[in-house]
Design a protein around this ligand. Structure first.
Ligand code: G4P
Length: 298
């Protein structure tokens, strides 16, 4: 059993990236802009650092998705950080659709000069085409479906486009293309790997969930102590100076998670802690703090 995050064994398989880079690259000439979906709880960690070189100098719009689960004040700070770095960004929540209406106007704003140029050439009927990119589970399908439903879209497979690419007409003159291929996250940076694992972006089957939950509990103890205490009916005194595994055991005991013989089922406790964190039952928590990434680049 690992009891600290140094032993957290996160592995990933970056081999598929080359294929995805090629696929995205080959579609770039068909699109006008890229919508980069990030998870509002981890706007830095959920951005594949290779993306900038993959999408080259295409105009881009950042979408902070799942903002219903992120700390509202942090999301505001993130929007400001993007603005300060001249990147158009909006926050939304595909669960309820909140914020979705800002998307098309923001894209049109980013492409204003281009749209003007099309008009001056008489290309008034030209559709705006946007590629939606993001790591698995960030909400790409939910976003496209929401946009499509909201705007009464129809799905079509385009002739002349590699098979399997999905174009969605979300409104007259506005089309979305789902990420061709899978844009894996990248976590050379240990902190990035941990945070992606905490939010559930990495399949738990390849992780040591007890080690992961222990790491998360230490983070919560140090940064969100009262949320941790409230959720698991613990006192600040009880959690102070506790080792991560002790914290996990305390939670298992509180929840009556015992295995025959009376021992605490820490595996079950770990799964519970992770589930509850991921569903925001501990509150809206942003792991990547905007102030730590003032020079964000996409
Ligand atoms: P992907 O295409 O990028 O892989 O992501 P996808 O849309 O499949 O979304 C992954 C999960 O995230 C889904 O949950 C989806 O409902 C959830 N999700 C997407 N956007 C939001 C959001 O803005 N807020 C919240 N809270 N959740 C969001 P799931 O549990 O995998 O599926 P389901 O139970 O919704 O069917």
């Amino acid at each position: 059993m690992n009891n600290n995050t140094d032993n957290l064994n996160i592995q990933w398989f970056p081999g598929h990236m080359t294929k995805t880079k090629r696929k995205i690259g080959s579609q770039l000439k068909l699109i006008d802009a890229v919508a980069v979906l990030l998870d509002a709880r981890v706007p830095y960690s959920s951005c594949n650092p290779d993306l900038r070189s993959i999408i080259n100098n295409k105009p881009r719009i950042v979408i902070l998705n799942k903002c219903d689960m992120a700390d509202q004040s942090e999301t505001k700070k993130w929007l400001k950080v993007f603005k300060d770095n001249n990147i158009s960004a909006i926050a939304l929540d595909c669960k309820t659709g909140k914020g979705l209406n800002a998307f098309i106007p923001t894209v049109k704003n980013v492409l204003a000069d281009r749209i003007k140029a099309w008009r001056s050439k008489g290309m008034t009927g030209r559709a705006i085409k946007v590629m939606v990119v993001g790591i698995p589970n960030v909400g790409k399908s939910s976003f496209i479906n929401r946009m499509a439903r909201q705007n009464r879209a129809k799905t079509e497979d385009r002739p002349g486009v590699t098979r399997g690419n999905q174009w969605f007409t979300v409104s007259k003159g506005f089309e979305l293309l789902d990420t061709p291929g899978v844009l894996w996250p990248k976590f050379d940076d240990k902190l990035v790997g941990e945070r992606l694992a905490y939010i559930g972006s990495i399949r738990d089957e390849i992780l040591d969930t007890e080690g992961l939950a222990c790491g998360l509990l230490v983070y919560l103890r140090d940064n969100h102590g009262s949320a941790l205490c409230q959720r698991y009916k613990l006192s600040e005194d009880e959690i102070k100076d506790k080792q991560s595994y002790e914290l996990l055991s305390m939670i298992g005991r509180k929840r009556g998670m015992l295995i025959p013989g009376g021992e605490i089922d820490t595996e079950r406790a770990a799964a519970t802690v992770l589930d509850e964190f991921r569903s925001a039952a501990l509150g809206r928590i942003t792991l990547d703090r905007a102030e730590d990434y003032p020079n964000v680049r996409i």
